[in-house]
Design a protein around this ligand. Structure first.
Ligand code: AHR
Length: 496
């Protein structure tokens, strides 16, 4: 029953909006994300529409995913879009050299991805190939997707069954160009970016939001070089950062078998996102004080060792309560930096890394991470509310991290939503909250927690961790008091 106490002040909105695109997702041709994930065999008995699995679509629609990134990741810089259009039996096969060396039959290509986006009612975010593709190849893909007139590419599109353009807006110019996307220097990439971006045209009614391949983790020089050289030519600049439990790429740590020490280190690593976003934003502020260029964290999440017995190239990992606490914390960080962070994509949607959905034949699991996106969807496109507080410490030996993280917003109906994460597995937190200049009468809430930080939803017990009603928040006078249980995520709704 150990507990700590703190005070919070939540202030009225200014004009800052938490973009819904912070709640974006990522689906790469990697392991079982597309094939044996979204996309089933031709003769599958799993309910599907045109081979797209319907139970996954329904689950993702419920959490209102605002955008979906595709086809990679590293795969994007080896992907040649023309191999993925036209009759499927005529499409050439390729080797997926990045992920397990498996043969890719190109049966899931441009039309299939955009059909999936239409079913999900989500915006596509396509990453074009800079590493091994040509300027012409990228330019023609954009023409194929977005032009509504008479042209060689639109003629092929129509032959392939699509009359009208899709008007794709989010356009990635390469991926991890410092690594799997070509091992380039920042200077070389920015020169190439200018060239590729020039010919990725804005067609009438279909302006592109061009997104440059940004920094790996704390590579601040990369951000500096891109802002200096390409600042005016991009809508967004990316940042990739993964939470590795041990901090070591060669032995990352298990997804399910970890002790409190490793949990603490994992959370320390997760909280590094705050520092990275702050420092990259400060560099962007120097070149773009009016914050026109978005910081796009289009790969984030926990990356552990794969589940024993699975293909190491497929990056399949289980998802525990720890993952939910990471998701809640990271989304709070993004909400609180929504003046600069306008888009983010969790890696990856199905069966890969910090997945929302895991599948095994006809079964699906909605992971603890999925439930966080369900709880937090109330923040999408809502007004950001600033918060002042000092977090109690969560200590481990002589080390400490903030136990509490919070973000808040107000939606168009006036309802206020506060998302609270208590990372401490041993102590609850009592919160005394004042809301300045905000009117409310009633509070209700929902909570995600479980007995152990290692708890998971499994195919035998798929609902072990799920959202339940939270009764620990009360109005007393003008104040809101909350008893926030250990290792939990709570989202409160305050209404008039
Ligand atoms: O998400 C898995 C991989 O991580 C992506 O393909 C790549 O961009 C990153 O290194």
């Amino acid at each position: 029953n150990a507990q700590t106490e703190t005070s919070l002040t939540i202030k009225a909105a200014n004009n800052q909006i938490i973009s819904k695109h912070i709640y974006g997702h990522f689906s790469e041709h990697l392991g079982r994300c597309i094939y044996d994930g979204f996309w089933v065999d031709e003769n599958s008995t799993i309910p599907n529409k045109g081979r797209i699995r319907l139970d996954i679509v329904e689950a993702l629609k419920k959490i209102k995913i605002p955008n979906l990134r595709w086809p990679g990741g590293c795969f994007a810089d080896e992907y040649h879009w023309r191999d993925g259009i036209g009759p499927r039996n005529l499409r050439p096969k390729m080797v997926n050299t990045n992920w397990g060396g498996v043969t890719e039959d190109n049966s899931f290509g441009t039309h299939e991805f955009l059909e999936l986006c239409e079913m999900l009612q989500t915006e596509p975010y396509i990453a074009g190939n800079v590493g091994s593709g040509t300027v012409e190849e990228m330019a023609k893909w954009v023409e194929y997707l977005n032009f509504d007139g008479v042209s060689p590419m639109t003629a092929i599109r129509k032959e392939n069954g699509r009359e009208k353009p899709w008007k794709v807006a989010f356009w990635g110019v390469g991926n991890e160009s410092w690594g799997c996307g070509g091992n380039m220097t920042a200077q070389y990439y920015s020169d190439l970016y200018r060239r590729y971006a020039t010919y990725a045209r804005d067609y009438p009614g279909a302006p592109l939001k061009k997104i440059a391949a940004g920094a790996n983790s704390d590579d601040y020089k990369w951000t500096e070089t891109c802002m200096k050289n390409m600042g005016r030519q991009m809508w967004g600049l990316t940042l990739h950062y993964y939470t590795i439990p041990t901090g070591k790429w060669n032995a990352k740590g298990s997804a399910t078998n970890f002790d409190e020490n490793q949990y603490f280190t994992t959370m320390q690593n997760c909280l590094r996102m705050e520092e990275l976003v702050t420092k990259h934003s400060a560099i962007m502020d120097k070149y773009d004080p009016n914050k026109k260029v978005a910081l796009v964290v289009d790969e984030w999440g926990i990356w552990t060792d794969v589940e024993p017995g699975t293909n190491p190239g497929f990056l399949y990992q289980q998802n525990s309560l720890r993952d939910a606490l990471i998701a809640g914390t990271t989304l709070n960080i993004f909400n609180n930096h929504s003046d600069r962070v306008k888009m983010a994509n969790l890696a990856q949607t199905v069966n890969v890394l910090q997945a929302l959905v895991l599948t095994e034949k006809n079964k699906v699991i909605l992971t603890p991470t999925y439930h966080i996106f369900d709880l937090y969807k109330v923040h999408q496109d809502a007004k950001y509310l600033p918060i002042d507080f000092v977090s109690p410490d969560y200590t481990s030996g002589d080390k400490k991290i903030p136990a509490l993280n919070v973000s808040a917003s107000q939606d168009e109906t006036g309802a206020i939503h506060i998302s609270l994460v208590n990372l401490d597995p041993n102590k609850k937190i009592t919160l005394n909250t004042v809301l300045e200049g905000l009117n409310w009468k009633n509070v209700t809430g929902q909570i995600l927690t479980s007995a152990k930080i290692t708890d998971v939803n499994s195919f035998d017990n798929p609902n072990k961790i799920h959202i339940v009603k939270f009764n620990g928040a009360k109005k007393s006078g003008n104040k809101l008091s909350v008893e926030l249980p250990a290792q939990s995520v709570v989202v409160l709704e305050l209404k008039n």
